[in-house]
Design a protein around this ligand. Structure first.
Ligand SMILES: NC(=O)c1ccc[n+]([C@@H]2O[C@H](COP(=O)([O-])OP(=O)(O)OC[C@H]3O[C@@H](n4cnc5c(N)ncnc54)[C@H](OP(=O)(O)O)[C@@H]3O)[C@@H](O)[C@H]2O)c1
Length: 301
């Protein structure tokens, strides 16, 4: 389907380094906390102290946008965030997501009934130690392995989330793993401040959607910005990184920052070294010719 007009959601000017998400200005380089749970995003981390260190160092380095969910662990990642950072700095925006429950075997199961969504919001509030959640993404399960969207109405679950917003438990609403049709449907039901879908140098299904959302200052937050469980591998990416004296992951993040002004990054890592490396990507300068070279990766993927 075509894209309809997008409402303006930002009231402040966005610049290259920051973006207004909901009603808060965040640095475009944030942090995704999913990698802090145990293997398969299930159970406790391998090293609890290192997980806490990563969170504290991220915030001390200027990260003020952290992405999480109570189904990471489950409950583990939110507990770590609370232990590391509560009471939270005033400018810290914690974005969470609801719509799934973990089985005892670590499986990811849809949990989209109004009762399940209400309970998920309360789980997030309790485990993060908050009275209200800044931004909640309604995460649809989609098709295939669950990392791609599938068409279907989101009216019932989104209406339930709006009810929780009206109760003051949720400040802003986003959508995750959704199609452009579902975003249009969602925008008829609620103000949508962000969209979180799979996107990176090699997976560019959302190119047109990103540009469309940019016209209305709606944030696009790619998940798997580094390729996710199988980090990106490309000879072009490695060649460019070598020439720039950077790492492939830094180039991948630098490319995303240049791709569109409404892209906010939440690279995930459980390692302080990788965190530092990823945050330094904000200083990387990419010429037009390098950007064009990197563009070929998505075209050949
Ligand atoms: N809405 C959704 O459905 C959804 C789905 C998935 C994820 N997310 C969110 O998106 C965030 C980002 O996605 P992600 O964490 O799955 O994937 P990602 O950021 O694309 O990649 C994370 C992987 O890359 C590795 N890595 C990170 N920095 C690195 C570096 N500098 N050099 C080498 N390897 C590096 C990590 O391992 P190390 O730990 O060893 O660094 C981890 O294996 C998540 O944390 C989560 O908050 C949302």
């Amino acid at each position: 389907m075509g894209f309809g007009p997008v409402r303006q959601t930002g009231t402040l000017m966005n610049d290259f380094h920051s973006f207004v998400l909901g009603d808060r200005t965040v640095n475009r380089l944030g942090y995704g906390a999913m990698q802090l749970a145990g293997p398969g995003v299930f159970g406790p981390p391998k090293n609890r102290d290192t997980a806490l260190e990563v969170l504290r160092e991220a915030v001390a380095s200027g990260v003020n946008h952290i992405d999480t969910s109570d189904f990471y662990g489950p409950h583990i990642t939110n507990g770590l965030i609370r232990e590391a950072l509560h009471p939270y700095p005033q400018d810290l925006l914690i974005v969470t997501k609801i719509g799934a429950l973990r089985g005892e075997d670590g499986s990811w199961n849809p949990a989209m009934t109004p009762a399940q969504l209400t309970s998920a919001v309360h789980d997030n509030l309790r485990n993060l130690g908050l009275d209200a959640l800044d931004v909640v993404n309604l995460r649809l399960m989609g098709g295939g392995a669950g990392h791609g969207p599938a068409e279907g109405s989101l009216e019932e679950p989104l209406t339930a989330l709006v009810q929780l917003q009206k109760q003051g438990l949720v400040r802003h609403i986003g959508l995750s793993n959704v199609t452009s049709t579902q975003i249009e449907q969602g925008r008829g039901i609620a103000e949508i401040v962000c969209v979180q879908n799979l996107y990176n140098l090699a997976h560019r299904d959302d190119d047109a959607l990103i540009d469309h959302l940019a016209t209305g200052n709606i944030a696009y937050v790619p998940f798997f910005p580094l390729g996710g469980f199988t980090p990106l591998q490309s000879s072009t990416l490695s060649d460019v990184a070598t020439r720039l004296d950077a790492t492939p992951m830094q180039v991948a993040l630098g490319w995303l920052l240049r791709r569109a002004p409404n892209i906010l990054l939440i690279p995930g890592t459980s390692s302080p070294e990788h965190l530092r490396e990823n945050l330094a990507a904000g200083q990387l300068s990419l010429s037009e010719s390098v950007l064009a070279e990197l563009d070929t990766i998505g075209k050949s993927a």
